[in-house]
Design a protein around this ligand. Structure first.
Ligand code: NAI
Length: 370
């Protein structure tokens, strides 16, 4: 799958080697000095960056003035596949965020939009809409505690998508994802434009955490080379890392399975508590959302073999929405993978999470009909 952020990490060493030695360059005129390749795009996106595929997509970030939104916008600005980046928020500072991000020397043109009156202008012609708008958790809160506020925000923004860019791919980040994705689906159904292939809940941070924690536990030096599918949903025990399907193949003791599963499930809470009330995961989430958005754009561009985990309409289990690996292509989700062969621990965990997941889905659907 897309590994833009991982590629960035691997490139740091190479980039350092390319930077010109100041002692020798001081004897040269600027015209003679070799140009160091210090391009941000090259750093993040490697071979497909500078001199690579031309920018062509229009991407909107809704909630772009927030903790996730600002960092995510900077990451997306560095993506060479993006021709236009539209930043929307109810907070007027989003115009300043757009001005700030626009100074990054990449191809994407950036503009800011504030409030309901400008939502349509922001969304017109968008290929990909990423939604991190809404309130984050504070210590002691569950993701479901956010439902009261975020359900309405997601409904309003998806109504804008349905009216203005019904063919766009939509990435939902706002929590509780287990319910906000079904809410978005109902909005699109109400507007007669629901296409299950184009609605994806972003669970990629759970995958990033799984890679990071497994790499640390098993002594793998490069977490980008580790793959751990994470299935289910995006809250507590509905997050189920399939450690039995880890590659490179490795074995885990029952204690390791239990400890790693619990840490991956509670990674968000670990950050909420560490930030002591000042927000939830923003920087890692922005990196995850940028990597996931890049995977969606690579699929839209016609690249083959782009697999990523996402929370989508699914027949993998009895829950109507479920996260598994999906194949991304020109129309969004081209294929939804099953769960694969599960260990007995994973089978039990799957069975016991399904009632909660189903209830969250029902809550989202009912929100539109209440
Ligand atoms: P934040 O409070 O820093 O930013 C949220 C932004 O949304 C603010 O700028 C706010 O003005 C804006 N906003 C509020 N109502 C809006 C509306 N109607 N239209 C447009 N913008 C609106 O919050 P943060 O930390 O960026 O988190 C955002 C959401 O992402 C939260 O719901 C959080 O729980 C979720 N999240 C999801 C994760 C995932 O893995 N899917 C991981 C981490 C957070």
């Amino acid at each position: 799958m897309s590994n833009a952020v991982g590629a960035a990490a691997r490139r740091v060493g190479a980039l350092r080697a390319q930077v010109v030695d100041p002692a020798s360059s001081s004897r040269q005129t600027p015209q003679e000095a070799p140009s160091a390749r210090v391009g941000l795009v090259d750093w993040f996106f490697g071979a497909s960056g500078i001199g690579g595929k031309r920018a062509s997509f229009t991407v909107a970030v809704l909630g772009a003035a927030g903790g996730i939104g600002q960092t995510l916008s900077a990451f997306i600005k560095a993506n060479p596949k993006v021709a236009e980046l539209r930043l929307y928020d109810v907070a007027p500072v989003v115009r300043g965020v757009a001005a700030d991000v626009s100074h990054v020397n990449t191809r994407a043109k950036v503009s800011g939009y504030v409030g309901d009156d400008e939502l349509e202008a922001c969304l017109r012609g968008c290929d990909l809409v990423i939604i991190p708008a809404g309130v984050p958790r504070k210590p002691g809160m569950s993701r479901d505690d956010l439902f009261g506020v975020n359900a309405g925000i997601v409904r309003t923004l998806c109504e804008g998508v349905a009216k203005t860019c019904p063919n766009a791919i939509v990435n939902i980040i706002s929590n509780p994802v287990n319910s906000t994705v079904p809410i978005a689906a109902e909005v699109f159904k109400n507007h007669g434009c629901y296409d299950a292939r184009k609605l994806l809940g972003v669970t990629h941070l759970d995958v990033m955490r799984a890679k990071t924690f497994v790499a640390a536990a098993k002594g793998f030096d490069d977490p980008t080379l580790v793959d751990v599918p994470v299935i289910g949903g995006h809250a507590g025990t509905t997050i189920l890392p399939l450690l039995s399907q880890t590659t490179p193949r490795c074995s885990f003791t029952p204690e390791e399975v239990s400890a790693l599963t619990s840490r991956i499930q509670n990674g968000g809470t670990e950050v909420v508590e560490a930030k002591g009330g000042a927000g939830s995961a923003t920087l890692s989430m922005a990196a995850a959302a940028a990597e996931f958005a890049d995977a969606c754009l690579r699929g839209l561009s016609g690249e083959s073999g782009i697999w990523a985990c996402a929370y989508v309409e699914s027949k993998a289990t009895r829950a109507p929405f479920f996260a598994t690996k999906v194949l991304l292509g020109r129309n969004g989700v081209e294929r939804v993978a099953g769960t694969g062969t599960l260990s007995s621990y994973e089978k039990r965990a799957l069975e016991s999470m399904l009632p909660e997941l189903e209830a969250s889905i029902k809550k989202g659907i009912n929100f539109l009909h209440s």
